[in-house]
Write a new protein. Structure first.
Length: 264
């Protein structure tokens, strides 16, 4: 499950200065509260861009043409065009990176335009059919799309981690008049700090994520205890775990906060 390992640096544009600063500070404050690394430098290079615009599709068409990396992982122009479609009043695009067991970072991209040669030290199996002894050799393989990463080889936890490299959030103000800026800031924060499976499905627990999903029975006006419990558990995840183990860890962490710690 991807999460921030880089220090986040949010920036909000397209609102009045007062409201833009409020949204940016809200992202910073909640991030700090749940254990997300935050860049303290006010002049830092943004890696969470919150853009309010009356022409969201035009913006994303420009992103597709000039900065397709910020659409997220894709292999070709057709996939990029599909990713760039705006279908929600507030929508996020996630560029991720992979960290191997040595901490080496690779931005996740489907671009195979960079060729490479991988050198392998290889030894044949001993006791072949013709009786030849085992021999060691060095072989060169040209693997144009290969990315070299190092793991520990374990089936339980391979040491690989996924992180956010950039999150672009685009909002259309004309479709958000019914919502207070505080609720919008909290909704944006959930998108900035975690990657939801779907924006159109109601969550079972009360969540600010339900704010724009259709026909939800409960729509909070601010980030909930459940949201904060989820984020805290997400950012306490042990590194290098497989997805099933990560989900179990988050479930236990949320149960402890929501039930055990409250005497439920």
């Amino acid at each position: 499950m991807a999460r921030w390992r880089l220090k986040i640096c949010p920036l909000t544009i397209g609102l009045g200065d007062k409201y833009a600063k409020y949204v940016t500070q809200r992202v910073r404050d909640i991030a700090t509260a749940v254990g997300v690394p935050v860049n303290p430098d006010p002049g830092c290079r943004p890696n969470v861009e919150v853009v309010f615009t009356t022409t969201p599709q035009g913006l994303m068409d420009n992103v597709r043409k000039s900065q397709p990396l910020f659409l997220g992982y894709h292999h070709n122009a057709m996939q990029a065009e599909e990713l760039a479609k705006v279908v929600h009043p507030i929508q996020a695009w996630y560029t991720t990176e992979t960290l191997d067991i040595n901490g080496t970072r690779q931005v996740d991209t489907g671009d195979c335009g960079v060729g490479g040669t991988t050198t392998l030290n290889t030894q044949t199996n001993a006791g072949t059919e013709n009786g030849d002894a085992a021999t060691a050799g060095v072989y060169q393989l040209t693997l144009p799309c290969a990315v070299v990463v190092r793991s520990n080889g374990s089936r339980a936890a391979d040491g690989m981690n996924s992180g956010f490299y950039n999150v672009l959030i685009v909002a259309e103000p004309a479709k958000l008049y019914d919502h207070e800026v505080g609720a919008l800031a909290d909704y944006v924060t959930m998108l900035a700090l975690s990657e939801p499976a779907s924006l159109g499905i109601c969550q079972e627990l009360p969540s600010i994520s339900n704010m724009l999903a259709p026909n939800c029975p409960s729509v909070p006006s601010r980030i909930t205890d459940g949201d904060l419990a989820y984020l805290r558990a997400l950012y306490k995840l042990p590194g290098g775990q497989f997805l099933s183990a990560q989900r179990d860890y988050i479930r236990r962490g949320m149960t402890q906060v929501q039930v055990t710690d409250k005497g439920g």
